[in-house]
Design a protein around this ligand. Structure first.
Ligand code: SF4
Length: 239
């Protein structure tokens, strides 16, 4: 249905079943796969990714908690650098860090990375030094070369408390859905409805009111958007 309406369809997965389900998904028209990488899956993915990347562009993502930066500083962020390298060597097209984010129901999030965190700056510098010939984009990078034929690493903009910064493009560009038809605007953040019951979900009242709040800055933000790290324009739609 989405394809007949000319939407681009992608798949978000932890990738663990990709090899064995490859034949089933090869021809259903997926434009790309967003592969969520975790510490406890990366060794398994090292074997899986080479079997899959020839059929779909694989864009890897990794949640970067503040504690991993703090611990990583002791050994020059070795594990994180190795994770990027694994994705690059096995055939992913890109690698994106995500920052842990508060939402309307999370009052405190010690694992988020806030703006002006010198440790985050140090980590980005280390990444740039470790990889001479790849494309870096996002926070603290001067150039935005996307899309690029080179393997690209994206650094998200850190969380800001300044609610006048409203640059999220997600309400216009993305409609994540689950297998039962439930759709939201972001990973579990804002629930829009069920696409099987509401065929106008992309333009329903909730979707339009969220978009309005990004255009007219005098309107209140949705509570989920207030502490969201993607509010400053750092989601995959930008990437
Ligand atoms: S700012 Fe965050 S919560 Fe709000 S629409 Fe964008 S991604 Fe969703």
């Amino acid at each position: 249905m989405a394809k007949t309406k000319k939407y681009i369809v992608g798949l978000i997965t932890n990738g663990l079943l990709l090899s064995e389900r490859l034949e089933e998904i090869k021809d259903i028209g997926i434009a790309d796969i967003q592969l969520s990488i975790y510490e406890n899956t990366k060794e398994k993915l090292r074997e899986i990714i080479p079997n899959v990347y020839k059929y779909f562009p694989l864009n890897a993502s990794y949640v970067l908690p503040k504690s991993q930066l703090v611990n990583g500083e002791r050994n020059d962020f070795k594990e994180l650098i190795e994770t990027i390298k694994m994705c690059m060597d096995t055939g992913c097209a890109s690698f994106r860090f995500n920052i842990c984010q508060q939402n309307g129901s999370t009052k405190d999030m010690p694992e988020t990375i806030l703006e002006n965190d010198p440790l985050y700056d140090t980590f980005i510098k280390k990444c740039k030094k470790s990889f001479a010939n790849i494309n870096f984009t996002g926070y603290n990078t001067k150039r935005r070369k996307i899309p690029s034929k080179k393997f690209t690493v994206f650094f998200p903009f850190p969380t800001t408390k300044n609610t006048l910064q409203r640059m999220c493009s997600q309400p216009w560009t993305l409609l994540p859905g689950s297998g039962n038809g439930d759709c939201g605007l972001c990973c579990g953040g804002i629930f829009l409805g069920n696409i099987l019951e509401d065929r106008n979900i992309v333009n329903n009242e909730k979707a339009r009111s969220i978009r309005r709040s990004f255009i007219d800055h005098s309107l209140p933000l949705e509570k989920e958007c207030e502490n969201c790290t993607f509010r400053v324009g750092a989601y995959s739609s930008d990437f």
